[in-house]
Design a protein. Structure first.
Length: 201
């Protein structure tokens, strides 16, 4: 197995899920000899936030990949993989950086399975979901299971520099501050309609 590119599975990661996917010898339907390449393509789309039609050619035709992804989703393939991995004792931590509408159920399942859990911000779609997740996290904490929301911008170089300057007393006592986090990646009219732009997720 060649060295994986960014977003792709390592040999060890593939070993854990390869046999859980359709297309093995003896399974009905077509062979899944390209399952690894297909899954890597799915990960590229999900992790990059790009649209399916931007899928690099090395992963095959984007329409074929999207149809296959949808077919597997309807068949519950992805849920079965998650259920198997969440029960794997070798896996200690679950890092949920998926769309906002898939934060609640997977995180609660991971906490109940005894996995330390990190979830991307925002925590949930609404207050009711957030409260349910917090209750699950509090119960897991009783058994030593850690949890956190990933406020990763705290570790941006500019933020760390500001923290250091304050700690060293170089800008005096701070009584109030106002900050803005500006991004221009959505200004491009050709930018694909990623999940971040859809209200329902």
């Amino acid at each position: 197995m060649a060295t994986p590119k960014r977003y792709e599975l390592t040999a060890e990661q593939w070993r854990r899920i390869g046999d859980l996917l359709p297309g093995k010898p003896g399974d009905p339907g077509r062979s899944g000899t390209d399952n690894l390449n297909f899954v890597n393509g799915v990960l590229w789309v999900l992790r990059s936030g790009a649209h399916w039609h931007d899928l690099p050619e090395r992963y095959g035709k984007y329409k074929t990949a999207h149809k296959r992804f949808t077919r597997w989703a309807k068949a519950g393939v992805w849920e079965r993989v998650f259920a198997q991995l969440i029960d794997d004792p070798a896996i200690a931590l679950f890092d949920n950086n998926g769309p906002n509408n898939v934060h609640k159920e997977p995180c609660i399942a991971a906490l109940q399975a005894g996995k330390h859990t990190i979830v991307e911000k925002p925590l949930a779609l609404d207050v009711a979901e957030a409260r349910t997740m917090v209750e699950a996290a509090q119960e897991a904490e009783k058994h030593g299971i850690k949890n956190m929301v990933s406020f990763s911008n705290r570790f941006c170089p500019a933020v760390l520099l500001a923290r250091r300057l304050i700690q060293e007393g170089k800008i005096g006592n701070i009584y109030h501050f106002r900050a803005a986090f500006l991004q221009d990646w959505l200004l491009d009219p050709k930018f694909p309609l990623a999940w971040r732009l859809k209200k329902e997720v």
